[in-house]
Design a protein around this ligand. Structure first.
Ligand SMILES: Nc1ncnc2c1ncn2[C@@H]1O[C@H](COP(=O)(O)OP(=O)(O)OP(=O)(O)O)[C@@H](O)[C@H]1O
Length: 239
């Protein structure tokens, strides 16, 4: 269980995030949406102890992420390409992450077999460093890297961006499958409302750092989100 209490982040005089209380139970597929600058990456960065909160705290199974290390065994993430190691080949990177998560090379090799289709023949045995892969293929490496060891909680920032439509479909299937069968908790931020509603059983909408909607996904959710953004565009054009 992830528990977020009175969390805020202030840069200079600007409060870029403030959430009173938010709890994310184990096994939830949690989608985070909002316009540019809404605070999505800030929330994930606080969760991963990449930045310090101005107030409040985030706990994972009772451990405050900025006070103790226990949560690190349970959580993996791909936020952006700073998570990659450009001078490694994808295989070297996957083995490195496997080692970190207690997986042998043989286990990593057998785990990677299920991604043959996802990688489309362009990642494994390609004899290329990660830095020389296309942006989309780098993203695939980062996403699969976050999945190695089947961590309990997987955080993906904008996983669908830069992926071709076939890969987006494969990724959506994987997220749904892992949520149902492996009881993994996914936290996914995206600008793509359709993808997010398809894979998430709950969606939180941030607007200018505030939580403005917290919705259990139903057939109406996509329309509700589209209406919210359409209305905010209309209101802006009146200003
Ligand atoms: N180091 C920093 N210093 C000052 N302001 C920052 C810093 N990091 C983020 N911000 C600001 O915090 C706000 C929230 O940014 P954040 O990256 O969390 O938004 P986001 O919802 O992830 O946006 P996007 O959809 O564009 O990725 C923005 O106004 C951003 O400019």
């Amino acid at each position: 269980m992830i528990s977020i209490q009175n969390i805020s982040k202030v840069y200079g005089t600007k409060k870029v995030l403030h959430i009173d209380s938010l709890e994310i139970p184990k096994g939830e597929s949690f989608g985070l949406v909002g316009n540019n600058g809404a605070g999505k990456t800030t929330l994930f960065s606080l969760l991963l102890d990449l930045i310090e909160p101005t107030t409040g705290f985030i706990e994972i199974d009772g451990n405050k992420v900025n006070e103790n290390e226990n949560w690190k065994k349970k959580v993996s993430a791909f936020i952006d390409d700073t998570f990659l190691i450009g001078y490694l080949t994808p295989e070297e990177y996957f083995y490195f992450l496997g080692e970190l998560r207690g997986e042998s090379r043989a286990n990593v090799d057998s785990f990677l077999k299920q991604f043959a289709d996802f990688f489309n023949g362009e990642i494994l045995n390609a004899k290329k460093y990660i830095r020389d892969l296309s942006k989309g293929n780098q993203k695939k490496v980062g996403i699969v890297g976050a999945l190695i060891g089947t961590p309990e909680i997987i955080v993906l920032d904008e996983p669908f961006a830069n992926l071709d439509p076939s890969t987006q479909i494969k990724l959506k299937k994987l997220i749904k499958n892992w949520t149902q069968n492996e009881h993994v908790t996914f936290l996914i931020s995206s600008h793509d409302l359709a993808h997010t509603t398809e894979v998430s059983n709950r969606i939180v909408l941030l607007d200018k750092g505030q939580l403005v909607k917290d919705i259990i996904t139903t057939l109406e959710t996509l329309q509700e989100l589209e209406d919210f953004f359409a209305t905010s565009v209309e209101n802006e054009s009146l200003v």
